[in-house]
Ligand binder design. Structure first.
Ligand SMILES: Nc1ncnc2c1ncn2[C@@H]1O[C@H](COP(=O)(O)OP(=O)(O)OP(=O)(O)O)[C@@H](O)[C@H]1O
Ligand SMILES: Cc1cn([C@H]2C[C@H](O)[C@@H](COP(=O)(O)O)O2)c(=O)[nH]c1=O
Length: 197
């Protein structure tokens, strides 16, 4: 089973992902961007305020392709539980928002990014969405990179809402304004329910 954690920067994904390690010691814990050289290339692009938005999309997508073949598909083929801190929905939401603000000329960017993935990706079985307002998200994240601005994060959040509307059965919304221990407890309940199904 593939479970993904999604949400704005600073929504608490990594906090939850780390807490789940203790509960599911045999699971495969993974994340995007990965620590492969593809992920390093993504990191370079993220650090460049003038990075070409389409090139950046394809760097993230290359990292995803490698993540699938090297980590996700093998673990799933072994019957394992995979828990990913960010996955394809991050691309749909973030690069959908980036392309919408760019002069790349892509109509319906969120659908475009989804379409690129359709031929090769493996959708999550369930996605836990840590729901947080953009202002708090940017504050928690420290506004350190070009993605962590509340105006941009508002557009990303709108895209997440569109993704949830399109596939409500897959998403489990968690109120990320709650205290960390409450958020972790809620996520652990959801994951337990999914794994026991
Ligand atoms: N529920 C919470 N309430 C208040 N602060 C929190 C909560 N969860 C996490 N934090 C704090 O917010 C910051 C970001 O948390 P975390 O790294 O888990 O978020 P993230 O979603 O993984 O962020 P990013 O996407 O930027 O990596 C950390 O300082 C963390 O301690
Ligand atoms: C996978 C992925 C990530 N991003 C953005 C979101 C964050 O601002 C950074 C890095 O993620 P982290 O959780 O803070 O380590 O990258 C993105 O725009 N598109 C993606 O596909």
């Amino acid at each position: 089973m593939l479970i993904t954690l999604e949400g704005l920067d600073g929504s608490g994904k990594t906090t939850v992902w780390e807490a789940l390690h203790d509960v599911y010691p045999d699971a495969t814990f993974t994340r995007e961007p990965t620590d492969s050289w593809y992920g390093e290339a993504v990191g370079r692009s993220m650090g460049d305020p003038d990075a070409d938005p389409l090139a950046e999309l394809f760097l993230y997508t290359a990292d995803h392709a490698n993540h699938l073949s090297e980590t996700v598909r093998p673990a799933l083929a072994d019957g394992g539980l995979v828990i990913a801190d960010r996955y394809s929905d991050s691309r749909f939401a973030y690069q959908g928002a980036t392309l919408a603000r760019s002069d790349a000329g892509i109509e319906r960017p969120l659908e475009y990014v989804r379409g690129i993935h359709a031929a090769f990706s493996r959708p999550p079985d369930a996605t836990i969405y840590l729901d947080l307002d953009p202002k708090t998200a940017a504050e928690r994240a420290g506004r350190t990179d070009k993605f962590e601005r509340d105006g941009y994060l508002a557009a990303v959040r709108d895209n997440y809402e569109r993704l949830i509307d399109a596939d409500p059965g897959r998403f489990h919304r968690v109120d990320a304004t709650r205290a960390p221990e409450d958020v972790v407890a809620r996520v652990e309940d959801i994951v337990a329910g999914l794994v026991d199904r």
